[in-house]
Design a protein around this ligand. Structure first.
Ligand code: FAD
Length: 302
């Protein structure tokens, strides 16, 4: 890594928020991934300065939220990882609208909505991502998705300039948006909900939490649903019907509780997970003629 780059980085971001050779397994819910050359947690306007610095020194960067939809390679990530974190005060509720920083957890945002008697975000309370990652993925569950509640998003473009995009401009679809394609970084979002009853909102959140605990292997590290839902099918059912329940590669395993999840039984490597995913997709295709596409984003060097 260019020393001059590191020196200038320390001038724009506090040194205690810069980490070198940082194991990415500490920053992903899969608990898998080799070291990032540098991981930085910029605050506020520091982000634009960091982006400009990366451009000046031609250093590649990768943005992450809570790492809950990521498989990072065992050899880690060259260049910079920008981890988006937001402080508690980056949620502002006004009437039925919430303005929130990209680094805020969905669960915290949904809880704040409930506190203010705002309904519409219950679906997101159990999704372990941050707002930025949820916008990128158009995260959704139990009949709701980010598309239903987003009105606008603030982003930084590759030059570090701020833009405001309306929900329509985000091209939100099933687990997709235009953010990655355009190389934007989400810095904040505006969400519109409806007035409701806090007790009913909390009851719905509890009910959905119960369903997750019952059906999902939350006791193991994972990245949630490993594959996207193919049209007309359920990935988990196809995998189960292919006889792959509990299928193991190293310490990566098709969950016995929910075949749509690949879990890390302890010390799985990214190579284990990737091989398992390829084998599963091949076997399912051979049996049913349906190709499973990963929902999990693979980044870094494998
Ligand atoms: C147990 C479990 C259950 C889950 N259940 C669900 C579910 O019900 N529904 C669902 O949709 N998902 C689910 N997921 C997957 C995951 O939580 C979501 O995809 C979530 O939205 C990812 O957010 P994140 O902050 O963790 O993003 P990350 O995983 O860190 O990143 C995801 C992608 O977004 C990009 N990104 C992240 N932040 C930004 C930003 N600020 N600007 C630009 N790009 C950014 C990253 O580069 C990456 O490409 C689950 C995962 C787990 C582990």
């Amino acid at each position: 890594m260019n020393q001059q780059f590191l020196t200038e980085l320390k001038a724009v971001t506090a040194e205690n928020r810069i980490f070198t050779d940082e194991p990415m397994k500490k920053h992903t819910t899969f608990r898998v991934g080799g070291p990032a050359d540098i991981l930085v947690q910029p605050k506020g306007t520091e982000l634009a300065a960091v982006i400009r610095l990366c451009r000046k020194y031609d250093v590649p960067y990768q943005v992450i939220g809570n790492g809950s939809n990521l498989l990072v390679g065992d050899r880690g990530i060259r260049g910079l990882v920008i981890e988006m974190l937001s402080k508690e005060d980056e949620i502002c509720v006004e009437d039925d609208c919430i303005t929130v920083g990209a680094g805020m957890l969905l669960s915290k945002t949904a809880n704040r909505a409930a506190e203010h008697g705002l309904t519409g975000m219950e679906f997101a309370a159990g999704i372990p991502g941050r707002i930025g990652g949820a916008v990128v993925m158009n995260a959704g569950a139990y009949g709701g998705e980010m598309k239903d509640i987003l009105t606008a998003v603030t982003v930084l473009d590759q030059e570090g300039n701020e833009k405001i995009l309306s929900a329509e401009e985000l091209e939100l679809g099933y687990r997709t948006s235009c953010i990655l394609k355009k190389g934007y970084i989400v810095t904040g979002a505006k969400i519109k909900l409806k007035h409701g009853e806090e007790t009913a909102i909390r009851a719905r959140m509890e009910e959905l939490k119960k369903q997750r605990v019952e059906k999902q292997p939350l006791e193991y590290p994972s990245a949630g649903s490993t594959f996207k839902r193919p049209e007309g099918y359920f990935a988990g059912k196809l995998i189960m019907d292919a006889g792959l329940r509990g299928y193991l590669v190293g310490e990566a395993q098709v969950s016995e509780k929910h075949c749509g999840f690949v879990i890390n039984r302890g010390n799985a490597t990214a190579a284990d997970v990737r091989t398992l995913m390829q084998n599963v997709a091949d076997i399912v295709e051979e049996k049913f003629g349906v190709r499973l596409e990963p929902e999990v984003k693979m980044i870094g060097e494998f």
